[in-house]
Design a protein around this ligand. Structure first.
Ligand code: 3HC
Length: 316
């Protein structure tokens, strides 16, 4: 196709974006738009699936049947979120097998937060409250993403995320109001998950290589720093409400701006974890690889059954 024709198509495409007209799978789109969506949505899907592991670790050790049922429901929801998002990548032409292999080979990323261990039951509270709380902050704007299938998947995901955040905060509230040992367990979980949770939003805007273009294409509606700030402003009062202390001695409310100012984020730690050198990176990817190997017989049986059904239908 001539350069001139592509330029006209790109201009028409950007006009649709500027006028908030959703881009659908069969619409023309620049390769770069397609590729950055496959990158972001596949990594989002990987995050949902890998995110099941830290919490799955506590299903058999939940303190009572109600907590077990709630945690089980949450982990099952995450699997569904992963399925929606892998399906959304397929509407862009991505191959499901290749996408999953990219996770197992380390080519693809998933959210840094899931490379931290869950050491106590209170961590189930901290993960629901902080990680799903951060995910909601980041996913609600994605309901207005310019790419139709992603935006629609996010509407369903966000409804379930609010249950995830609420059940986590309820765990923290109960523990904080419990015995001194329970309150200490909740504070310890907050101490370990606070900084990794605010790193979830990605590097500062000045360091973010995708934000500017993603904002122009309305894939992102807010920048990493804007969402991080929103999360901090909402979450600090919640911690104060239940008598827990945010582990940041420099945290202070700025009356003039109406925002909390916080201490420096350890970006060296962040990039080390993103590069694969976090506490649990190897365990997480090994677990996903093993799940694929152990599930091979199920996929083979399902395919054999489908083939037999197709042959029977043809014969009838
Ligand atoms: N963990 C791992 N990698 C990260 C990261 C994080 N927290 N934040 C940024 N990165 C990576 C980016 O993927 C990019 O690398 P790449 O080019 O190889 O993909 C690089 O760091 C530069 O970051 P940018 O800010 O320029 O990248 P993005 O514009 O893609 O912004 C993002 C990063 C904010 C995570 C964005 O991709 C996004 O909004 N993704 C969709 C939401 C999502 O994936 N959330 C993760 C958690 S899902 C979850 O928590 C599920 C819940 O149910 C528990």
């Amino acid at each position: 196709m001539k350069e001139q024709d592509i330029a006209i198509l790109e201009q028409k495409f950007q006009e649709k974006i500027d006028n908030d007209i959703k881009i659908e799978p069969n619409d023309w789109m620049p390769d770069a738009y397609r590729n950055t969506l496959i990158r972001q949505i596949s990594q989002h899907a990987h995050s949902e699936i890998v995110g099941m592991l830290p919490e799955g670790n506590w299903i058999t050790r939940a303190p009572n049947l109600r907590r077990k049922a709630v945690l089980l429901a949450k982990v099952q929801d995450e699997a569904g979120h992963g399925l929606y998002l892998y399906s959304a990548t397929e509407t862009l032409g991505a191959d499901r097998e290749q996408t999953i292999d990219d996770l197992h080979s380390g080519v693809a990323k998933y959210s840094s937060i899931f490379n931290y261990p869950t050491l106590s039951w209170a961590d189930m509270g901290a993960v629901g409250w902080l990680v799903d709380g951060a995910a909601i902050m980041n996913q609600v704007p994605l309901c207005r993403c310019s790419y139709g299938p992603y935006a629609r998947a996010m509407v369903r995901v966000c409804k379930e995320e609010s249950f995830h955040q609420r059940q986590g905060f309820e765990i923290m509230m109960k523990l904080a109001a419990g015995t001194p040992e329970q309150k200490e367990m909740a504070q310890d979980a907050l101490n370990r998950f606070w900084w990794p949770a605010i790193m979830m939003f990605g590097p500062n805007d000045a360091e973010s290589k995708h934000t500017a273009q993603s904002m122009k294409w309305k894939i992102k509606r807010h920048t990493n720093d804007e969402l991080r700030q929103q999360f901090i402003d909402v979450t600090v009062p919640q911690a104060e409400l239940i008598g827990l202390t945010i582990p940041d001695p420099l945290l202070k409310f700025n009356e003039a701006t109406g925002h909390y100012e916080h201490g420096p984020i350890d970006w060296d730690e962040f990039w080390e974890v993103v590069k694969g050198n976090g506490p649990c990176n190897k365990d997480r990817v090994d677990a996903r690889r093993k799940a694929k190997e152990n599930g091979l017989w199920v996929r083979q049986a399902a395919l054999a059954h489908a083939e037999k059904k197709k042959l029977r239908k043809q014969a009838s």
